[in-house]
Design a protein. Sequence first.
Length: 167
Amino acid sequence: MIKQFDEHGEKTGWTFIIIPSDLAQKLKPGNKKSFRVKGTLDALPVKGMAILPMGGGEFILPLNAGIRKSIHKGKGAMLRVVLQEDKAPQKISSELLECLSDEPKALEFFNSLAPSHKLYFSKWIEGSKTEITRTRRIGQTVNALSKSMNFGQMLRKIKQEKDELGE
């Protein structure tokens, strides 16, 4: 069943499904950390999705707005889930890497990040629906990385700037 957090720290408002500990152990035995999965959600093929540990051996699979729209389901709906571990390496946006090559300080900080944290930036950029948004996000990312900001810090700064402008 699709669930949604009411108040849960940084996960407040997230929509997700629970992956019980016994099923998580079948996907990746002995693992207690986040890992990537692929498969289907109803008839929607998915890959490279992270399941996140929640304690007690349970994991969650967050369902972003794009996925919910594609499966035409929201909180409370039942969902047919077929998953397996996705061992394919995750790729970083080539456009981001190209822009970072011109900014040594930003590139140095980016290279110091854990692979999963690099992917936050890349997926945010790749998730752009228009070229204008993609270009803006690359600029915001390079700017944030040059100031040694992580993904969360960058998003909070962007939100703060929008609030100050009344957007």
